[in-house]
Design a protein around this ligand. Sequence first.
Ligand SMILES: Nc1ncnc2c1ncn2[C@@H]1O[C@H](COP(=O)(O)OP(=O)(O)OP(=O)(O)O)[C@@H](O)[C@H]1O
Length: 396
Amino acid sequence: MSARIELENLSKRYPGSPSPAVDDVSMEIRPGETVVLVGPSGCGKSTTLRMINRLIEPSSGRIRIDGEDVTRIDPVRLRREVGYAIQSSGLFPHMTVAENIALVPRMLGWSRARVRERVEEMLVLVGLDPGEFHGRYPRRLSGGQQQRVGVARALAADPPVLLMDEPFGAVDPITRDHLQDELVRLQRELRKTIVFVTHDLDEAIRLGDRIAVLRERSRIAQFDTPEAILTGPADDFVSGFVGAGAALKRLNLTRLRDVRIGAFPTVSVDDPRRTVLGRPADGPHGELLVLDRHRRPRAWLRRGDLARAEGFPARAGRAVRTTVTRDATLRDALEAVLLDPAGRVAVTGRRGEYAGVVDMGTLMAAVHGMLEADRAAAAGRPREGRPHRAERERGA
Ligand SMILES: Nc1ncnc2c1ncn2[C@@H]1O[C@H](COP(=O)(O)OP(=O)(O)OP(=O)(O)O)[C@@H](O)[C@H]1O
């Protein structure tokens, strides 16, 4: 369920301000896409966003959701149709996690049983164990957990539109990366129309199907795909904002699931010694990867390890310490490969099962492929029919 959002000559002048905070903005956001508004502090991103759910009334112009003027939609229905998540989660401190999530469904008059069921469902969706978190108060949650509850609350009434104002702004960088990945995963399932505000370009690149780079008074400097903005900034303002390292930033655009990962020789802990000895360690690193009974990467095995180990192969080799998931960006994978003493890292699927091995060779081949595609695009090949980010990542 998703909806089209149209902003039409939208302006906002705060009382007493000499100039408008938002000046004559028009844009169309397609159903099911994630649009990120990015721009320097004070340029009017939040004001623009909050006019969509009427937390702020426009001075002039119009906003339509699926063709309907939002000023005509009654406030209760608007809450149902537009979820809203903000920095520092905005949870009510005197309410439990469950009560916070139940807020809009209750307001809509859902039955107790339905509300209870929905709360559980939302907690599972954002990766929190209902038994553990249901009755907790927000002050007893970490920053990242609070943000998850904030997202669960915004999604509780299954709104077609989700507005997010720097929702991950207040958490540490690692948690933030994680929450961004989770949002990409959620969006793959939910396909909401999301408008997301941030001043962090990397976040915009990771999350946006399209990015609107805003300058002062929310004027649109460029509104396009992340690739187009990175490879063809419209003017000096955008290139200044994109800054140096555009090629490196591109690594954030691609996930391991989208690139070819070469096969690597593997054996199982249950394989008899003879089978393992018969298996040449013929990978690019002269190693075999030992998988446990659930096919999870367990140890790297070299020729020399074969003779030494007792209880072989279960206790042989070097334990696998770092893995990356297929949802990791190439940048995350590059970081892991650079930090790995042997320059290779095992890739895993959702349940930790083996999915391949990446090394510099894999990453370079992927980057070269991307650059070639860029050159082809620059040579004027049509880009119509470009699938949404979520579809691209599903491999559609
Ligand atoms: N309630 C208000 N009254 C008067 N001026 C306001 C009000 N809220 C925001 N402004 C002004 O409007 C402009 C845009 O603010 P807004 O919060 O929309 O920007 P932003 O791009 O979201 O900024 P940031 O990234 O720093 O959150 C700023 O100059 C701000 O000072």
